[in-house]
Design a protein around this ligand. Structure first.
Ligand SMILES: Cc1cc2nc3c(=O)[nH]c(=O)nc-3n(C[C@H](O)[C@H](O)[C@H](O)COP(=O)(O)OP(=O)(O)OC[C@H]3O[C@@H](n4cnc5c(N)ncnc54)[C@H](O)[C@@H]3O)c2cc1C
Ligand code: SF4
Length: 330
C-alpha cells in the first residue's frame, strides 16, 4: 500500500511547529515517531495535505527530574528511553514496565510518549485498507454512517489501545498542550472523551508538548499486566496498571488503570477506597478485579472475544494487585 501524496514540513523548534499548525490547521497531521500514523496513511485513513514531522524538535525530547522530586518528560521522548530510564524505574516503575511492553524493540526506538498518548483508537472494521473498508460500506469513524460493531447505534466504540496511558493515569500525570495562542496544562484523565471517533480533546492547531509526573506519585510500587496475541509485538487486547504504597503492612494508597477495553483508558473508580487501610489478600484482590471488570466494556472491535478480554481484566487486576503488594515486601 503506497502512501498518499503530501507536503512535508520539518520544523526545528516548538514555536516553528506551532506556527505551521496554526497556518495549516485542518489539512496537516503531526508525525512524531510515525509508527502508527504511517501505517494509517498507507491505509488511507488519513490523507493530509501536509505532514508535520516533529523529529528535529529536540527541545521536547528527554526526561528531566524536577527539584521537587517529580519529573517532566518531553512528548518526543522515545518509548525506549522511558523503558531504560533508571530514574523512572526507581520512582515511577509502573511507567517503565508499561513502556517495555509497547510493540517491539524497533518500534519502541521510534515511537514516542506523545504518540502513545495521542494514539488513534482501533477497530477491526477501521484499521483496514481503503478497498477493504469500501467493500464493507465504511463506518462512522471514517467515511460512513453506520457501526458494524454496534449496528443501530450512532456511537463509535473503537478502542483505545495504548500501553503507557493507564500507567500515567495511575501516576496522576498531567500533560501540556501548546498552540500559537499559548499553553494549557490538564490532567491526562481529562484528555480523553470516551468516544471512539473524536477520542481526544485536542484542536488541529494544538500539540502535546510535555508530560508531568507529580512528586506525590513517586516511589509507588507499580505493576503492568497485558493481554496480547503475540507476546513480541502486539497492541494490548486488555491491560491493567496498578500503583500502590503501603505502610505497616496495609495499603496507604493505590490506583488502578485499565486500557484496551473501552474507547478511553480509565482509572477504576472506587478501587483506591476499597483498598485503602487494608492488608491485601486473595479475597480483597478479587473484589478489586470485579470492580475493574465492571467498568470494562469490550466489544467486537478487536481480536479475541469481548467476554474473554473482560475476564482477563478481572484476572490481571487481581494478579497485579497481589504482585504490587508482594513487591513491597521484597
Ligand atoms: C505492529 C505494531 C504494534 C504496535 N503495538 C503497540 C503496543 O503494543 N502498544 C502500544 O501502546 N502501541 C503499539 N503500537 C503503536 C505505536 O507504535 C505506539 O503507540 C507509539 O508509541 C506511537 O508513537 P509515535 O511517536 O510513533 O506516534 P505517531 O505514529 O507519530 O503518531 C500517532 C498519533 O499521535 C499524533 N501525535 C503524535 N505525537 C503528537 C504530539 N506530540 N502532539 C499531538 N499529536 C501527536 C499523530 O498525529 C498521530 O495521530 C504498535 C504499532 C505497530 C505498527
Ligand atoms: S466501532 Fe463501529 S464506527 Fe467505530 S470503527 Fe468500529 S465499526 Fe467503525
Amino acid at each position: 500500500m503506497s502512501l498518499p501524496q503530501f507536503k512535508l514540513l520539518r520544523p526545528r523548534s516548538v514555536a516553528e511547529a506551532l506556527e505551521h499548525l496554526g497556518k495549516y490547521a485542518g489539512s496537516v497531521r503531526v508525525l512524531a515517531g510515525g509508527t502508527d500514523i504511517i501505517p494509517s496513511m498507507r491505509q488511507k485513513l488519513f490523507e493530509p495535505e501536509y505532514v508535520l514531522d516533529l523529529r528535529a524538535v529536540v527541545e521536547i525530547r528527554g526526561i528531566k527530574p524536577q527539584p521537587d522530586g517529580g519529573a517532566e518528560i518531553g512528548a518526543l521522548t522515545t518509548i525506549r528511553t522511558i523503558e531504560r530510564s533508571e530514574f523512572l524505574r526507581e520512582q515511577y516503575a509502573v511507567l517503565t514496565e508499561a513502556a517495555s511492553t509497547v510493540a517491539s524493540p524497533v518500534l519502541r526506538n521510534m515511537g514516542t510518549i506523545g504518540g502513545n498518548i495521542c494514539l488513534d483508537t482501533r477497530c477491526l472494521w477501521y484499521n483496514q485498507s481503503l478497498t477493504w473498508r469500501k467493500g464493507c460500506g465504511f463506518c462512522i469513524k471514517k467515511d460512513g454512517d453506520l457501526c458494524h460493531v454496534a449496528p443501530g447505534g450512532t456511537k463509535c466504540w473503537a478502542v483505545f489501545s495504548g500501553d503507557t496511558p493507564p500507567a500515567l493515569l495511575c501516576l496522576n500525570a498531567e500533560i501540556e498542550i501548546a498552540s500559537a495562542g499559548g499553553v494549557r496544562r490538564l490532567p491526562l484523565a481529562d484528555f480523553y472523551t470516551g468516544l471512539g471517533d473524536n477520542y481526544r480533546r485536542l484542536q488541529p492547531s494544538e500539540l502535546v508538548t510535555r508530560v508531568f509526573l507529580p512528586a506525590s506519585s513517586a516511589g509507588y510500587r507499580g505493576v503492568y499486566r497485558k493481554l496480547r496475541v503475540r507476546g513480541s509485538i502486539d497492541y494490548p487486547l486488555a491491560g491493567v496498571a496498578v500503583v500502590m504504597k503501603r505502610s505497616n503492612g496495609h495499603v496507604a494508597d493505590a490506583r488502578i488503570g485499565i486500557t484496551a477495553v473501552n474507547p478511553a483508558p480509565l482509572l477504576v473508580k472506587g478501587a483506591s477506597e476499597l483498598l485503602a487501610g487494608k492488608a491485601v489478600d486473595e479475597a480483597l484482590a478479587e473484589d478489586v478485579g470485579d470492580l475493574a471488570a465492571k467498568i470494562s466494556k469490550p466489544l467486537t472491535t478487536s481480536a479475541l472475544t469481548p467476554e474473554y478480554r473482560r475476564e482477563m481484566i478481572r484476572v490481571f487486576t487481581k494478579r497485579a494487585v497481589l504482585a504490587a503488594a508482594q513487591a513491597h515486601e521484597n
